[in-house]
Design a protein around this ligand. Sequence first.
Ligand code: MN
Length: 723
Amino acid sequence: MRQYELVERVTNYDPDADEDMLNRAYIYAMKAHGTQTRASGEAYFNHPLEVAAILADMKLDTATIVAALLHDTVEDTEATHQEIVEKFGEEIASLVDGLTKIAKLDMVTKEATQAENLRKLLLAMSKDVRVLLVKLADRLHNMRTLNHVKPEKRARVAQETMDIYAPLAGRMGMQLIRDEMEDIAFKILNPDANKVIADRLARLHEESGDMLREIEVALTKELASHGINASVKGREKRAYSIWRKMERKHLALDQLSDIFAFRVLVESVDDCYLALGMVHQTWRAVPDKFKDYISNPKQNDYRSLHTIVIGPHSMRVEMQIRTKLMHEIAERGVAAHALYKDVGEAKMAQLGVRVPAAESNAYRWLRHLMEVLQEGDSPKEFLEHTRLELFHDQVFCFTPKGQLIALPRGATPIDFAYALHTSIGDSCVGVKINGRHAPLVTQLKNGDEVVIVRSDAQVPPPAWEAIAITGKAKAAIRRATRAAIRKQFAGLGREIIEALLKKQKHELVDKELTAAVPRLGHKNVDDALAAVGRGELSGLDVLKAMGLAVDEKEIRASRRKLTTKKGATDGRLSLPVRGAAANVALKIHAATGAVPGERIVGISTPGEGITIYPIFAQALEQFDQQPERWVDLAWGVAEEGMRFPARIKVILINEVGALGQVTQLIGEHGGNIDELQMQARHGVRDFFELTILLEVFDNRHLNDIMNGLKSRPLVSEVDRVAG
Ligand code: MN
C-alpha cells in the first residue's frame, strides 16, 4: 500500500483526519525502520503499514492510525519516546509508549495457566483502549504472515494467540478479529483436525447442494410478507468452532448436526422478536436451544437471539437474529462504537440497551463505554477518553522464572512472597524489584519482576501485618507471630523453672519434666513451659508435679532478699513481654521506664526493634499519625528477682534530712536507686524537685514505695514521670 492510499482510506471515512500527521508518521516510520526486513524478506515497514490498514478498515481515528505506523519504532529502532513526543505530541507518544511496554510481555515465557493473568495484565497496562486495538491489529497481521516464520516459533506464536489474543478480542466483542486469529492458529496447532473438519464440511456442502441459498430466499420472502425488512445470510460454521464444540461435548463429527447457521439482520428490536416468531412458525424449534441475548447480553455486550430449528431436508439449522447495529457491535466490538456519530436514546433503544443502576456484570467497562457513547458529544473523543478500568484494582508481577502473580493494587513484596509460598513469606528479608534492592514497603507495579531475598533465620516481624494487604499474608504473619510468642513464653517458662530448681540445688532434667506434664494437664513440655511463661501455671506447681519437695515460704522470702542487681535495664535478660516476636530487640523507653502491672504499648522502629512505653507516656503522641508502628504488648511473667525501671518525680520541702528520708524509705522497701537528679525550686517555701530512676519488681512494688514516700511529712508530691 502506498502513502496516498492509506491517507485516502482514512479521509474517506473521516474528512477531518489530520493528513499532515498521517504523512509525517508514514515517512518517519519508514525512515526509522530503514533497511530492516521481516522473516519473509520484505521491508519491515510493510508491517506497521498493514497494521495501520487493518485499523483504517475499522474506521479508527487518526491518532490510532498514527500509533499503528509508529508502534514498533521505539521498541525496534533508534527512535526514542522523547522524539515521538516532540514530533507527534503527547497523545500519540503515550499510545506508542503503551505498545512498547506491552511488547515486552511477548518476551516472557508463558504457560497456558498464565493466559488469564496475561490477558488481565494486557488490559491493566493498556490505559487507553486504542493501545489494545493497535496491539490486536499488530498480532493479526503477524498471524497472517506467520508462514514465513520458523516452525518452532510459529507454533509458539500460534499458541499464544489462541491463549491470549483471540480470547481478548472476544472479550472486547471483536468477533471478526477473534475468528481470523483462531482460524490461522488452529491450522498451525492442529493441522490434522483442521483438515478432517474442512474435508467433511466440503462434502456436506456438496450433499446439501443449494440448501443455504434455498433457506435464505424462503426466509427473506416469508419475513417480507409480514412486513419485516430483513437480510438473511447463510454460512457454514468455522472449522475451529466445530472442533471446539466436538471437544466440549465429546461428540464425533457425524454427531454434530447444526453445522449451518443463518444470520437474520432486521431494523429494530421489535422486529427481532417478530422474526423469531416467524421462524418458529415456519420450522420446528429444537427445545431448550433458544437463547435471548438481547434481554440478557453476554459479558462482552453481545446482543442477539439464537435458536435452532429443524430446517429443510431435516437439517438442524442455527438462526441468529439481531439488528444491524447489534451485528456491527458483534463483529467489531469496541471499535464499532467509534463509528456512530449520532448516538442517543434511539440507538440505545435499537440495541435494546437498558442501563440499570446496579450492574452486576463483570464487564462494566464495556457498559461504561456504552454510557460514554450515550453522553459524549463527539464520537471522536470516545475512544480517546475510554480508560480501561477493568483490572485496575489489580497488579501483575513476575517471578524471575516468568510466573505471573496477580495481587491487589497496593500490594507489597511481602504480599508477593506469601503469594508464592508461606515459607517464602516467613523467610523473606528483602526484595529486588527489576534488579534493584527496594524497601519491603514498596508498592508493586504492573510488570515488575520481583526477587525475594530470603534468610532461614528470619521470623516475620509482627509489624509486617500492617504493611501486607492480602489476607493470606496477614494470616501467615499472625500465625508466625503466634508461634514465635509461644516459643518465647516456653523459653521464659524454662528460665523460671530453672531458677526455681537452682534454689533447690537441682538441675532441670527434661525427662523429669516430661513425666510431670500429664499431671499438669498439658500435652507436651513446650505447652507446659509456655503456660508457666504466660503465668497460667505456677512454677511451684510444676516442681510439685515433678515430685520435688518445695518450701514455698522460703522461695517467697527469697524474693525480697534479692540484692543482686539483675535488672531489665542492663539488658542481659530478655523482657517478659507478650506480643513481640522472639528475635525482636526490646527496650524500655528511658524517660519514663515501665514496670509489670502498668499498661504498655510498643512502638516499632525498623532496624532497631520495639520500644516499650507505659500507656501514659506523653512521648507516644509523636506516633499518633503512624498507627502502623504501634504494637499491642502485654507483660508476661517476670523471672523471680527481675527488676524494671520506673522514673518518678518527688517534690520535697527543703529541710535538713529530707533527702535522707527519701533514700532511706526506698531502701527499706527494697527499691534500687539507679539515678537521682535534684533541682532546687524557690517560692514561698523552698522545694527540691527530685527525679529518681528506680528499679523495682513490679507495679505493686512501685506503688508501695510511692505511697511510703507520700506518707513522709517532708514530701509534698510524688508522681510517675510521664515524659
Ligand atoms: Mn508489530
